[in-house]
Design a protein around this ligand. Structure first.
Ligand SMILES: [Zn+2]
Length: 456
């Protein structure tokens, strides 16, 4: 069977694949620091040249920031776009590295062989898993695995300022049937995962005003309204005793988890006692009728991130303050519109204000949740392919944080994204001594070959 030949080719050529990755890792493409601008361009050029050897029509495309790499190749019914990023995080503090971050090497460790160096996991090692899979496929079949567009950016670690304009300007060229993104991790060491739910975010800052100046609590306390008292009472009402958010309409449109996903999550060995124990806690504090994974991945939340007012300096001052402040954020799930929710939250605060108080709101960033249509056959195909490689079923998982790129593909190119990655929790991305397990690199390449075999 030809897939077996591709897998055998991947294994046979692993040393060369590692050497190519080491070459790419030697280029210090730190996107946030202008001193490395030419290195970013060099990394883009390196990738363009490598993709050309595979028969891609590849180019480095200028932007106001660092270049994008865009490559097209192959033919087929389904058009797949692959996304990764060639820029890396800064390396300081340098003295915490055991070696030069840009002099990568393969090391033997107690947990197996690792590729050590900045970018090994985030994201050069991961993006090369896809390119190496294409290389082995081409060697066996003489052609690329289907109609492919490879899209690599160089500003992911610095907020992707050029990404949306570039997507808008080149929408027709970039639009494909589905996007494959390799910049995430495994569920745990040996359980592969496809991220299909990303929570959104809504930020609000509120200021409650009372008396027109700070007052002396001995002279006015009792008769004058205290804005901190008003604010804490309102915020104290944000959750009921079961952990539910009380803002009216907050849960409007929030869907229950499909049974199939619920069953997958129940089968995952998520140790919530350890998860909480690692941060000195023991009891899940969210909605009490939900599992901890639901609390993290599929349920919306409200958190008070900061609260201040009155006198907070050294010693003591019996002030009755004129104003009180808080920052509040909401993690959102599918079905929740951040703008609508902002309105409901503000109305709910306003309603609770007593006489003589007024409130001002300041909105911070917002973004809707991203939920992939896992009914699309590509998702089950990829899940099966990953299961065959790792010997364990892959899980459709959520991600409590936000990965904006997946939402951008949906918003600007109207395509779903499959986030498949092979990182492990101890890869130390963004930290000193970043590594990528050799096993993840090898099995990552093999995984893509299997996924592509099912998708093309
Ligand atoms: Zn990354």
């Amino acid at each position: 069977m030809s897939l077996d030949k591709v897998l055998a080719k991947i294994d046979a050529d692993l040393d060369q694949s590692v050497n190519r990755l080491l070459d790419l890792l030697r280029i210090p493409s730190i996107s946030t620091d202008p001193a490395y601008k030419s290195d970013c361009a060099r990394a883009a050029d390196w990738l363009v040249e490598d993709l050309k050897t595979l028969g891609f029509d590849a180019s480095s495309r200028p932007t106001p920031g660092h270049p994008m790499v865009v490559a097209h190749g192959g033919t087929g019914e389904r058009h797949l776009l692959f996304y990764g990023h060639y820029d890396v995080q800064p390396v300081d503090p340098l003295d915490l590295w055991d070696r030069d971050p840009f002099d990568p090497e393969v090391q033997d460790t107690a947990k197996g062989r690792v590729i050590r160096g900045r970018g090994s996991a985030d994201d050069k090692g991961q993006l090369m898993t896809f390119i190496e899979a294409c290389r082995a496929w081409k060697a066996v079949h003489g052609s690329l695995p289907g109609k492919l567009t490879i899209f690599l950016e160089g500003e992911e670690e610095s907020g992707s300022p050029s990404l949306i304009p570039f997507m808008q300007d080149n929408a027709a060229e970039l639009k494909a049937d589905i996007a494959l993104i390799c910049d995430t991790g495994m569920f745990e060491d040996t359980t592969p995962a496809i991220v299909t739910m990303l929570r959104g975010l809504l930020g609000e800052e509120i200021t409650v005003y009372g008396p027109d100046k700070d007052l002396h609590s001995g002279m006015y306390g009792g008769a004058a309204i205290n804005p901190i008292r008003v604010l804490t009472k309102i915020l104290g009402n944000l959750h009921d005793e079961t952990g539910r958010v009380t803002v009216p309409h907050f849960y409007d449109g929030v869907q229950e988890l499909p049974d199939a996903i619920r069953a997958q999550w129940q089968a995952l060995a998520f140790d919530h006692a350890k998860f909480l124990g690692d941060v000195g806690l023991s009891v899940p504090a969210g909605e009490q009728d939900r599992t901890p994974l639901e609390m993290l991945w599929s349920r919306p939340t409200a958190e008070i991130n900061g609260i201040w007012g009155g006198y907070t300096g050294q010693g003591f001052k019996t002030v009755l303050p004129a104003e009180a402040h808080a920052k509040i954020s909401f993690r959102l799930v599918a079905g929740q519109d951040p703008d609508v929710l902002r309105g409901h939250f503000r109305a709910w605060v306003q309603e609770q204000l007593p006489a003589d108080c007024r409130v001002e709101f300041h909105g911070h960033g917002n973004g809707p949740a991203g939920v992939m249509s896992v009914e699309a056959p590509a998702f089950d195909a990829a899940r099966a392919a990953l299961g065959e490689e790792w010997g364990k079923p892959a899980a459709f998982v959520g991600c409590g944080g936000s990965i904006p790129i997946a939402g951008y593909f949906k918003t600007y190119l109207d395509m779903d994204a499959m986030l498949i990655g092979f990182g492990r929790d101890d890869d130390q991305i963004h930290s000193p001594n970043e590594k990528y397990d050799l096993e993840c690199f090898q099995k990552g390449i093999r995984s893509w070959a299997r996924v592509l075999a099912k998708l093309v």
